[in-house]
Design a protein around this ligand. Structure first.
Ligand code: COA
Ligand code: AMP
Length: 639
């Protein structure tokens, strides 16, 4: 049991968090260092928009860094950078990380970045990514990290939405199969965006074309070398901000082509992550956590960067893949080398390891005795994978369910408080502050065991999104309007008689490919740009390794003369350059017609059900039932 949590049963703790939220969350907040301690927890004066700790002031980096150094723990290891792709590693003590973050904050301040200003980060998994995020937060600036697998057009869309004056990037990132030059993409994005970026700061990495000159010629921005600006800078202290002050904007896929800018605050995030990391991941001071994700995703924001540091623990920043860098033993090698106690990854990574090493023979090559738990999120942990990895590692394998929007688990097994029995296929119980219901389409609660829309009663707990960047109306419309008084998760599932939550899949057109969240609508928009395409539907097909994979069904314009193979090559290249390789769009089928309702809505759900070999329903509103009949062979061959 974690020292920071008492021996009260978890169900009792959860009950109190729902019935006495003010007391519960003020108590949780009391473990942090505040400039002004808040007098109230939740403020409902603008419901359905809620804010937390409105009269409190603090800085999250004082809590993640200075507080530990001031308490005499400056020598403890804060961050271990482990790069399998460069065969490099480096550790930062809390004192060293504080120094680096203060210098970077000073450099940003020197460039004119101040409280509330946005800074866009396009970074590989290097320490400067973590340092830059923390440096922004130290000044009260708002970081917006864009995952390295996105193309220039996506970066530009985020520049236009968040309107940052400053971009921080590196000369490149490393994928096992290739080196990716970042500067041409960043220059193109800066040039393309309507909003004009003022400064670009570049971390130089060995082995990349040092093309700053060329990139800077393409744009009107000033380009700077990270090393120069950080060494010349006067270190900057932490700026106290209101607890409600935005910490970051993180864009995620919705059902439309326009990504949603999820925004979270400093105070709520600090409180929620400080509660969650010992309770859910059993991580406290002196313990080491490897979260094998990317700083471009929410899991990376929360459990690579902020949460382990708030806890005074050690976080491993891994630049590499679960397999192929160099082999399927990469995670187990790190467990031994860094004495990792909690390892957090995604089911797709576990399936990739299983495929490469079915007998898990690589586990025996390492001493993994430090490992206490393996945690999994990003998609449902399928029972077969859960069993396989549990037997291979001989530790509990714990699923947890959440979203970019929530920032920390909605449902989990709170092993740091009390390890509840694991039920395969379930993410276990709601976490504190989450009051979950399963609703039918009319908003009526469904009984235990019946699948429906998973919704969370408002208010959401601290650390979750409080809006979409600059767009309260879209936030309300996207999440709060389907069921009065509830946040709609977009996930479907059921709660069993013991209160365990089973999340079965999305209710919308969002798909999950290798733990990456993608919008089929956005891929469709890119595909539709091809001159040969009259109309198209992109759906997620079930995939043994990746969970889902996108596939496009296209109707060609009359008279177009192109082979299916040529069309596929052109479309794959176009989606890669327009969205990025992360879209993983590789499959295309040309069909005569797409099934539609009489009002013209494409029946994507029916297509998905057929392709996945499930029972399917054809709505009575279908325009021409014969279209489905004609499509059956194409859909059933699962491409
Ligand atoms: N920068 C540039 N390109 C990237 C990238 C990045 N940061 N990340 C991925 N890509 C590229 C890959 O190189 C690949 O390109 P390719 O089509 O030319 O091969 C493409 O995007 C798809 O990548 P990915 O989906 O990662 O597939 P993969 O076959 O390279 O790897 C896994 C498969 C399972 C090993 C990998 O997806 C993985 O580790 N997944 C775990 C995901 C995760 O932890 N998610 C966190 C959310 S909880
Ligand atoms: P993201 O915002 O990228 O974290 O993706 C969130 C979505 O991933 C959720 O809405 C779910 O559909 C899915 N997801 C994440 N974790 C789980 C899990 N443990 N079980 C089932 N689905 C999950």
């Amino acid at each position: 049991m974690s020292p920071s949590h008492s021996s009260t049963s978890y169900r009792e703790i959860h009950r109190r968090s729902i019935t006495e939220p003010q007391d519960f969350w003020l108590e949780a907040a009391s473990g942090l260092e505040w400039e002004t301690f808040p007098t109230t927890a939740v403020d409902d004066s603008a419901a359905p928009l809620y804010r937390w700790f409105t009269d409190g002031t603090l800085n999250i980096t004082r809590n993640a860094l200075d507080r530990h150094v001031d308490a005499g723990h400056g020598d403890r290891t804060a961050l271990i950078y482990d790069s399998a792709v460069t065969e490099n590693s480096r550790s930062y003590s809390y004192a060293e990380l504080l120094k680096e973050v203060s210098a970077a904050a000073g450099a940003l301040k020197g460039l004119g970045v101040g409280s509330g200003d946005r800074v866009l980060l396009y970074m590989p998994m290097i320490p400067q990514a973590v340092i830059a995020m923390l440096a922004c937060a130290r000044l009260g600036a708002v970081h917006s990290v864009v995952f390295g697998g996105f193309a220039a057009k996506e970066i530009a869309a985020r520049i236009d939405d968040a309107a940052p004056d400053t971009v921080i990037t590196a000369t490149g990132g490393i994928e096992p199969s290739r080196r990716i030059e970042y500067l041409p993409k960043v220059a193109e994005a800066v040039q393309r965006a309507q909003h004009k970026v003022r400064d670009v700061v570049v971390v130089h990495r060995e082995g990349f074309a040092n093309s700053v000159e060329q990139a800077s010629e393409q744009t009107q921005a000033q380009w700077h070398a990270w090393d120069t600006v950080t060494t010349q800078a006067e270190p900057a202290g932490a700026v106290s901000v209101k607890a409600t002050h935005p910490l970051y904007v993180l864009y995620t896929s919705g059902t439309t082509g326009k990504p949603k800018g999820v925004v979270r605050d400093q105070g709520g995030t600090a409180v929620a992550l400080s509660w969650s990391v010992p309770a859910i991941f059993d991580i406290g001071p002196g313990q080491t956590m490897l979260t094998a994700s990317d700083v471009g995703w929410v899991v990376g924001h929360s459990y690579i960067v902020y949460a382990p540091l708030l806890a005074g623990a050690t976080s491993v920043l891994y630049e590499g893949k679960p397999i192929g860098t160099p082999d399927a033993g990469a995670f187990w090698r790190m467990v031994q080398q860094h004495r990792i106690t909690s390892l957090f990854t995604a089911p797709t990574a576990l399936r990739a390891i299983r495929k490469a090493d079915p007998g898990a023979s690589a586990v025996a090559d390492y001493d993994i005795s430090s490992l206490k738990y393996l945690f999994s999120a990003g998609e449902r942990l399928d029972p077969e994978t859960q069993r396989w990895i549990g037997q291979a590692l001989n530790v509990p394998v714990i699923d947890n369910w959440w979203q970019t929007e929530t920032g920390w688990p909605i449902a989990a097994n709170p092993v740091g408080i009390e390890q509840l029995p694991v039920k395969e296929g379930s993410a276990t119980l709601p976490m504190v502050g989450y009051d979950i219901s399963v609703l039918d389409p009319l908003g009526e609660p469904l009984p235990a065991g019946q699948e429906g829309n998973i919704a969370i009663k408002l208010p959401l707990p601290p650390g979750t999104l409080y809006s979409l960047w600059g767009d309260d109306a879209r936030y309300i419309e996207s999440y709060l309007s389907a069921f009065d008084g509830y946040y709609t998760t977009g996930d479907s599932g059921y709660i069993d008689q013991d209160g365990y939550i089973f999340v079965m899949g999305r209710t919308d057109d969002v798909i999950n490919v290798s733990g990456h969240r993608l919008s089929t609508g956005e891929i469709e928009a890119a595909v539709a740009e091809h001159p040969a395409v009259a109309e198209c539907a992109v759906i997620g097909l079930a995939d043994e390794l990746k969970g889902q994979r996108p596939a496009g069904f296209l109707v060609l314009k009359t008279g177009v003369d192109i082979t299916e193979d040529q069309l596929r090559q052109e479309l794959v290249a176009h989606v890669r350059s327009s969205i990025g390789p992360v879209a993983d769009f590789k499959e295309v089928a040309v069909v005569q017609a797409l099934p539609k309702t009489r009002s013209g809505k494409i029946l994507r759900k029916t297509m998905r059900q057929i392709a996945d070999g499930k029972d399917y329903t054809v709505p009575s509103t279908i325009e021409d039932a014969g279209v489905i009949e004609d499509l059956l062979p194409v859909l059933r061959r699962n491409l």
